[in-house]
Design a protein around this ligand. Structure first.
Ligand SMILES: *[C@@H]1O[C@H](CO)[C@@H](O)[C@H](O)[C@H]1NC(C)=O
Ligand SMILES: *[C@@H]1O[C@H](CO)[C@@H](O)[C@H](O)[C@H]1NC(C)=O
Ligand SMILES: *[C@@H]1O[C@H](CO)[C@@H](O)[C@H](O)[C@H]1NC(C)=O
Ligand SMILES: [Ca+2]
Ligand SMILES: [Ca+2]
Ligand SMILES: [Ca+2]
Length: 668
């Protein structure tokens, strides 16, 4: 009772979150209220004050607007000169495809090489291997995907049928508070609609193309049209999360190679809340575009959304399996999907005749991944947010083994800074998903390093610290099979973009957590910045971890650094965060066995008789070397019991919104 009264007080006095400064939009005030008592109490409170309950978040803070960029705009693409659209003069259907492939009457279906590649545009037959899944009548039925972006045009002929209002919301309030995410009709605001089309364009309606999960439900949460706040992001990421299965975010900090920022406090909480409570406790799936700053030498280690363990960061490769030129490397990238780089990519739009043939950027790659995950979730709705990440790690394949940079980690996973675990394969993923056993409970083992005195980084030199980890041996938090690894650190620097930060695991896996960025002349250093790697997935964390910060002096032209300079900075604090599971049957020093990637799926590589293309079969003979690590095979998954509850006790809080008028010029 007391808390409610205090809350009411807050309601009257703290317009914590004001988002009403857009000209021409109807102003709304968002209130975050911390309280006990659960949804019904919050709803009653809202009603009492003429407010609308939106969703819950954990904590409140003063909101400052910031910019989040969509990840579609890529400079230097000129579609007209890149290729001639060859007609299928060379349509050879392989034995496996005969009798298996569905045919659609959608006029642009023949152009959708990424879904079904018959050599339409080149000799490459690489695609997402979705046909065997569709042939089994797995088409996204019953799965709900929401695009958090600039809106979704649900009047489009190809989206009408699959549009889901309950997966939709308008946080910009331009139509009043509603479930109508209709975007403005201009090029700038066609992004979310394009993303939605890739996922769920209606199939066989004689219009435009076919979505990868063409029977999934799709909605849009309209967030991006002007500046956003932490609270708006948090609201969108937790919106109706018992109903929405997959959220797609093709935006983030500016990919200008200078910015280093990530989710604010509320958004971090929202990502955690979503993965713990969303989807009835199995966890919301957050698919994230990994960034388009390649041409500006950006590195996704500088993107806190990508570094979150709760998001699945997706990069892009072309039909030849080469990384897209606009892509960004970092060891937090989980996988790649195919993109409309120089080839067409069919989707819908809120402009013109509603159908477009080109869509590029990691913005075009992430929705495809989300569509594949919709197929996977239809095949096995019980999968948790972590099960899904395990499935990606197990089934993604090496699209181009000749690309330098592949290595095999201490648990036998092939990893790469630009590809993550590799290219998604819908057929393989669905096949593995059907009988997938939930992974063991999530554990987190933290080790803080005592850095007193601080370690000085010599100019042009490097500083190394070793962290001995026992993997929290003997404690409830003991981890012996890794998933994500994070390093939370603070350092000062005279020129941030000159720095590179690497982490070497006890098994010898080298993760380049942050690469140099030639445009980042910031002197701000890192303040409790969290870096992440998925590249030690499956390894045993027991042993010595080495963190190395190197000053690559001269990388950033904009940093005028004196020759007489003594230090480039100092390492102030380091904590190693190990996430994973404890498998009681795991032997500490795993028996060394030759790694044979083929062995993993060699015997079961068919989905109802359809051969699945394992490009990564080439791995063994391709000359890929692990970085001096003896490659060994360990148990990939821990099948040692049900996945249990490890939900932290969230104190209850909620976000309310009012349609009250805002004082004339709110200046937050
Ligand atoms: C699409 O419709 C055509 C008739 O227009 C039909 O022949 C074809 O089998 C349909 N495809 C699917 C996958 O239902
Ligand atoms: C395909 O699945 C849908 C829904 O899951 C079902 O209604 C339909 O009957 C199935 N079709 C076939 C041919 O099994
Ligand atoms: C990092 O966070 C800790 C605890 O939250 C705080 O004490 C410390 O001052 C922070 N460091 C920096 C550089 O902001
Ligand atoms: Ca269609
Ligand atoms: Ca970036
Ligand atoms: Ca992530």
């Amino acid at each position: 009772m007391l808390i409610v009264l205090v809350t009411a007080c807050c309601l009257l006095q703290w317009p914590l979150v004001a988002t009403g400064w857009q000209t021409g939009t109807k102003p709304h005030v968002f209130y975050a209220v911390e309280m006990d008592g659960g949804t019904h109490v919050a709803q009653a409170l809202a009603e009492e004050h003429g407010l609308e309950f939106i969703s819950r978040v954990k904590r409140v803070q003063r909101q400052h607007p910031h910019i989040r960029d969509k990840r579609a705009a890529v400079r230097g693409l000129d579609y007209n000169t890149h290729h001639k659209e060859q007609q299928n003069k060379h349509t050879v259907e392989t034995e496996d495809q005969q009798g298996q492939s569905l045919t659609f009457n959608d006029p642009l279906w023949p152009m959708q090489w990424e879904l079904f590649n018959r050599g339409q545009y080149s000799s490459s037959h690489s695609d997402l291997n979705v046909m065997p899944v569709w042939s089994r009548n797995i088409t996204g039925d019953g799965v709900v995907v929401s695009i958090i972006d600039d809106g979704v045009d649900h009047t489009n002929m190809d989206l009408k049928r699959n549009f889901e209002a309950f997966a939709s919301f308008d946080l910009r309030g331009s139509h009043g508070l509603s479930h109508d995410p209709m975007p403005l009709r201009d090029e700038e605001n066609s992004h979310g609609t394009k993303c939605a089309g890739e996922v769920a364009m209606e199939a066989n309606n004689s219009y435009c193309g076919v979505g990868i999960a063409f029977n999934a439900r799709v909605g849009g949460i309209r967030l991006l049209d002007g500046k956003v706040t932490d609270s708006m992001e948090a609201t969108s990421l937790t919106f109706n999360n018992d109903f929405i299965d997959v959220y797609v975010c093709c935006w983030g900090p500016r990919d200008d190679g200078q910015e280093m920022t990530g989710p604010g406090r509320l958004t971090q909480k929202a990502l955690m809340l979503g993965t713990h409570k969303g989807r009835g406790g199995k966890g919301s799936i957050f698919v994230w575009a990994s960034g388009n700053g390649g041409l500006l030498n950006d590195h996704c280690g500088a993107d806190g959304y990508v570094n979150s363990i709760f998001s699945i960061a997706i990069g892009a490769v072309s039909h030849t399996g080469d990384p897209a030129f606009f892509g960004e490397p970092c060891p937090a990238v989980m996988a790649v999907s195919l993109t409309g780089d120089t080839l067409p990519l069919v989707t819908v739009s809120n402009l013109g005749d509603g159908c477009v043939k080109h869509f590029a950027g990691t913005s075009s790659a992430a929705p495809i991944a989300a569509g594949i995950l919709a197929l996977v979730l239809q095949a096995n709705p019980d999968l948790t947010w972590r099960d899904v990440q395990h499935l990606i790690a197990i089934t993604a394949k090496v699209p181009n083994p000749k690309e330098p940079g592949w290595s095999v980690n201490g648990a036998g996973y092939h990893v790469h800074d630009r590809y993550g675990f590799g290219l998604l394969d819908a057929g393989l993923m669905v096949q593995q998903a059907i009988h997938f056993q939930a992974v063991a409970p999530h554990r987190k083992c933290t080790k803080k390093l005592n850095l007193d005195p601080v370690r000085i980084l010599p100019s042009g030199g490097e500083v190394c610290v070793t962290i001995q980890s026992a993997g929290c041996d003997g404690m409830d938090s003991e981890v012996n099979t890794l998933e994500h690894v994070q390093v939370k650190m603070s350092l000062s620097s005279v020129c941030r973009g000159d720095l590179s930060i690497t982490l070497v695991s006890p098994a010898g896996t080298v993760s380049m957590l942050l690469g140099t960025r030639r445009n980042d002349a910031s002197t701000a250093g890192l303040r409790n910045w969290t870096l992440m790697s998925v590249q030690s997935w499956g390894e045993n964390p027991h042993g010595a971890w080495t963190l190395k910060v190197k000053d690559n002096k001269g990388t950033v032209g904009g940093c005028l650094r004196a020759g007489s300079e003594k230090a480039a900075g100092a390492l102030l604090s380091v904590a190693l965060l190990l996430y994973g599971t404890y498998n009681p049957h795991r032997i500490r020093q795993d028996t060394l066995m030759p790694n044979n990637v083929q062995e993993r799926f060699g015997s079961s590589a068919s989905l109802h008789g359809t051969a699945i293309d394992f490009s990564f079969f080439h791995l063994a003979g391709s000359g890929i070397r692990s970085r001096g690590v003896s490659v060994r095979r360990t148990s990939l998954l821990t099948h040692d019991g049900s996945h249990g509850e490890s939900t932290p006790g969230f104190s209850y809080a909620c976000l309310l919104t009012a349609v009250w008028s805002v004082p004339s010029s709110p200046t937050c």
